[in-house]
Design a protein around this ligand. Structure first.
Ligand SMILES: [Zn+2]
Length: 211
């Protein structure tokens, strides 16, 4: 009896969630704000359900610099994904950026993922092995697919004092562009897919428990 009530509640929640998702999806603009649209499929480059981001492209930074990407705020060790199909161009480290990955997507497009994890679990020691920074097989020359796990969120480089996040950059022919509108579209699509997967899993669980 109590199971019956529970499954009914799950179905009600599922239906409500679907309606909510359908209701919050805005009309996707025909053109990104930059006018530049990649000729390939893109994925949101991080776990949607734990990521917060805003249009912080161009914000002032120390030393007269301007922000050249969007910061995807998330807890340490959240998953970072390839933005699109491509080839890993660099797995490297720099003082300001910390540990980072660059992927070439073809047609002059590239994406960069900066401040990846460099800490051992539960510490802020900056001394983690690279196996806690990038996923297995991610090295220069590796072929990756859109949405493939490539590494983990961290606070390496100058993110040490701003909270863990991925500084995500997009460039065409080496010239940086604001990735925000493309990220927003990808976030909405991937988050929608994530919710549908959760609902399907709930549905399967219900079917299994009635067998
Ligand atoms: Zn940044």
């Amino acid at each position: 009896m109590s199971f019956h009530r529970t499954s009914q509640r799950i179905l009600a929640v599922s239906a409500a969630a679907l309606v909510a998702v359908a209701g919050i999806l805005p009309v996707v603009p025909a053109q990104a704000a930059t006018g530049a649209r990649p000729p390939f499929k893109v994925s949101f480059p991080q776990e949607t359900q734990v990521t917060r981001f805003s249009n912080d492209w161009g914000s002032r930074r120390s030393g007269g610099r301007r922000h050249g990407g969007n910061d995807l705020m998330a807890p340490k060790m959240a998953q970072v994904y390839a933005f699109a199909d491509g080839v890993v161009e660099a797995v490297a480290t720099s003082q300001r950026g910390g540990r980072y990955i660059v992927i070439e997507h073809g047609d002059g497009w590239s994406s960069t993922y900066i401040h990846l994890n460099n800490d051992n679990p539960g510490t802020d020691d900056g001394d983690a092995p690279w196996s806690l920074t990038v996923a297995p097989t991610i090295e220069e020359g590796a072929v990756v697919k859109a949405g493939q796990l490539i590494g983990w969120v961290g606070d390496s480089g100058n993110a040490e004092w701003t909270g863990s996040h991925t500084h995500f950059e997009l460039a065409i022919d080496g010239r940086g562009i604001n990735p925000h509108s493309l990220l927003e579209e990808a976030w909405e699509r991937d988050q929608d897919r994530y919710i549908r997967q959760v609902l399907l899993a709930l549905h399967d669980e219900k079917l299994m428990s009635t067998v």
